[in-house]
Design a protein around this ligand. Sequence first.
Ligand code: F6R
Length: 616
Amino acid sequence: MCGIVGYVGRRNAVPILVQALKDLEYRGYDSAGIAVLAPESNRLVIVKREGKIARLEAALAEAGIPDANLGIGHTRWATHGRPADHNAHPHTSCHGEVVVIHNGIVENYAELRAELVSRGHRFASETDTETVAHLMEEQLAEGHSLLDALRLVAGRLEGSQAIVAASPREPNALVAARVGNAGGIVIGFGEGESFLASDLPALLPHTRRVVFLEDGQFARVSADDVLVVGRDGARLEIPVHEVALDPSSALKGPYPHFMLKEMLEQPEAISDTIRSLVTFEPPTLHLDDVPISPERLRQVQRVVLIGMGTSLHAAMVGRQFVEQIARLPAEADNASEFRHREPVIDARTLVVSVTQSGETVDVLEAMAVAARAGALQITVCNTEGSQATRLADGTVYTRAGVERCVASTKCFTTALAALYGLALWLGHIRGVLDSGELQHHLSELMRVPDACARALELRPAAQRLAAELASTASMLYLGRGLAYPVAMEGALKMKEVSYIHAEGYAAGEMKHGPIALIEPSVPTVAVAPKHALRSKMAANVEQVRARGGRVIAVVTEGDEELIRLADAALPVPEVSRLAEPIVAVVPLQLLAYETAVARGCDVDQPRNLAKTVTVE
Ligand code: F6R
């Protein structure tokens, strides 16, 4: 969850690190810090502060930190030790010989700390990370190189970790480790300079030539050279990737929030995603990054879709696509539950993981369970080179570009488009969908970007409703069929960004409990577009209204009956049944955004959240 950056080269590291931390602030933002190696004294200078990067910047200006050619930086999402200056990273050892930044959890840290204390070490923080600095200092004292010290210490840590360290003993190099799936380490190659980061966005302003460390790999990075070794210390030859992401897409531009910018980017992002999967005239599908033979796919008897949060909601929609288009038994599961419950899967199961970042630990661990069972795996992912894309047998990339707002919007709708494409592909290969039907679906799918663009015009209507919702404490979201996961997603967006308590339910469930909550102060959002069991939804709307509840309905344009029945309506353009969820979610995103703005919330960085969740 935390953001990690490092620089070694000929330029002043400080502004580079600060900017890179800003690019990664979405990963965690309860404290931040940097450490540089002062060139004249060859001493480590560390500045860190609780709070956002702006506070760190003020502290750096005050401290008069020296120009330096080597440094590391960190933005934190607290696991061990409350957010406070002394718990912020980087952490150093007793004699200031090592400085460390870390992402992950040292599960046996209490034991290691007790052991270190018994040998006379004194700790300055309550973090698990600090144990790493102390253990590394001991290894350096025994004469090991910095890289070997990290490698040997990593061998003693339980859990998954990404670590970067520096030391005055080796003033020209940084070292890095990746153990397990707690988070990535990407090394970037510049001209006479090198970079390290937990995620690509921090490197893109500088270079597109990168190396991704895998589980069990360790690196020593200097200005002109990178050495990667395995757990045994033997040198490894690692391929350098050229990444294609456009750094300008990561900037906020004229928009007040990334969330707004990213919602407005959806028509283009969905269109890019569809175009990357479809060749036109006649429309056919080509999943270039899924090198799985038709024979192997025809062996599949069941599909399990997994994800977390918004990606789980996409998986829930995807499950219905697979059932209804490819006619394969399908289920959707929360990745963190799936991985712990000994799921019954085998080589005839296709596991489809949905993950924007490709680095969510619950998803990666679930993928590892699937791999051990011999299942075939496809990931629907937005991040090239991420761990999920490397674990899966094939990837369907969403072409959303970098998503910076912690609350996901364009990655949800592009994932739905990609899952629709994947289900069509499976259906076609398995012979349940002929070319004519495939082309019909594809032409329906291609109408979605325009329909989303029109749905985005509901922003003023969402703004008006938000003014009323701003004082609400609790809300219900209801939907059926393909609109059920959309209702869940609408509720998640609302609670994430506005902190209003919101629950998403299958509308059929309402009478079995949630109806007890209905009262004038608890608004209900009914997601009732034309094809999602609309007449049954109309009955739900009546039931809520009969109990004095207020209803906001997402309906298909022209549905005058529902528009009259509801207290307020958000009409979306008509699209085909399977494309409806992609369009119906747009007004719910707008409603959550405008309500959060009306309540004065920190839209892009809601409290307690992080964009990429790399701890369990
Ligand atoms: C919510 C949100 C999260 C993520 C979840 C999975 O707006 O963004 O619920 O969807 O943390 O992340 P990925 O898709 O990166 O695996």
